[in-house]
Unconditional design. Structure first.
Length: 381
């Protein structure tokens, strides 16, 4: 059976070079980075070199990079400390954020009675910047948490504009950049973001590792207590091989950024054209068919399929060897409608199945042709 992987927004294949580098570290650099003997010092040197390398891609100081288990922990670290330790009494976010942010904000509301405010979202999936400014103007001590690229519909947030608004109104700005790090340049020296979350497995690195950018002298306190690793921001023995793998994946991603972006953008444009040509009645969710307003890595399409057939679509695609999703992989197994699509689509559109196809450098146009043929067969059956 043909196998086509189009769920790269959920996770990506690890680059062979990353596997090779990680394997070398697993064999040769197994010392605990907190140990003072030569084995530990060797691991510590690797750890700090990775920190410097990663910081350099974002134009920040190495001390502002805190290694975590991934984006979810980084989101929790920033938001929880903002409320618990930094005097924040209001969280301003949107209803289309990843659940790592939404559920954390809801929990903080329960624990600390913070005022949780939601900025309006247009039907195209874009944040209402005017409403955001209104919320900021009427707030006291707030943290704004808005993701750079929406993981379901691909809309791109103007993080520079939001960062400047937050600065104007003396609010903290946290952004989940899980879908953009490794795919876009982000200059944190010139964009006043306070906290940023990233995860290695979204840019062809290993799972279980990521980082949180913490602006110097922010006052952030740890989420996990124990040892003094990560300068006290995150206790626990560092996973050196995973951190090295993340560093290597990020190095390759940024070294090939423009070439990879051109290749994947061409795939997306081709796929959009084929959907329009062969699946009349299909529509695109958010702004994913607009190359200026959405990421080049994904398409979220609403298919012209009768509601009674909709539950079978993903099952049939899987039978044909096609991997895609109806939303965030973190909601897999849930029968609930995507909270992102529920916020931007009308009732009739929600009755039709929507599918997210997300691309990488390992995909081909021949694979996309196969997917179109399978979709055509299902729609017309």
């Amino acid at each position: 059976m043909k196998q086509v992987y189009l769920d790269n927004a959920a996770t990506t294949a690890i680059r062979p070079e990353v596997i090779e580098r990680m394997t070398q570290v697993l064999k040769d650099s197994y010392g605990n980075a907190s140990s003072t003997h030569s084995f530990g010092r060797s691991s510590k040197a690797l750890l700090e070199q990775c920190r410097k390398n990663i910081a350099s891609y974002f134009n920040v100081n190495a001390s502002e990079i805190v290694f975590t288990s991934g984006g979810t922990e980084a989101d929790n670290l920033a938001l929880r400390s903002a409320v618990r330790d930094l005097g924040v009494t209001e969280i301003i976010t949107s209803k289309i954020e990843h659940h790592a942010v939404l559920h954390t904000a809801e929990q903080l509301q329960k624990e600390y009675n913070v005022n949780l405010k939601f900025v309006d979202v247009a039907k195209c999936g874009s944040i209402d910047y005017i409403h955001l400014e209104q919320l900021l103007a009427s707030s006291k001590k707030a943290v704004v948490s808005l993701m750079h690229i929406n993981n379901e519909v691909g809309n791109i947030l103007d993080i520079e504009r939001v960062a400047q608004l937050c600065k104007t109104y003396n609010a903290l700005f946290h952004t989940d950049t899980v879908q953009s790090v490794g795919h876009y340049d982000i200059d944190l020296k010139n964009i006043p973001i306070d906290f940023l979350a990233a995860s290695a497995h979204k840019f062809h690195g290993p799972k279980g590792v990521g980082f949180c950018f913490v602006r110097k002298e922010s006052g952030l306190k740890p989420l996990i207590f124990g040892g003094e690793q990560e300068r006290g921001f995150r206790a626990g023995t560092e996973s050196i091989h995973n951190i090295v793998g993340m560093d290597e994946a990020l190095r390759i991603s940024y070294a090939n950024l423009e070439a990879d972006k051109t290749y994947v953008s061409d795939l997306k444009a081709y796929f959009l054209d084929q959907i329009k040509a062969h699946l009349p009645g299909a529509s695109f969710n958010g702004s994913c068919d607009n190359s200026e307003k959405s990421t080049y890595t994904l398409v979220n399409v609403c298919l012209p399929i009768a509601p009674e057939k909709a539950p079978m679509l993903q099952f049939q695609l899987d039978l044909k060897g096609i991997a895609c999703s109806k939303g965030s992989a973190c909601q897999s197994g849930s029968n609930q409608q995507s909270h992102v699509l529920s916020a931007i689509l009308d009732v009739e559109k929600l009755k039709q199945p929507s599918v997210r196809f997300s691309f990488s450098i390992y995909n081909t146009k021949e694979e996309l042709d196969y997917v179109i043929s399978v979709l055509k067969e299902f729609v017309n059956s």
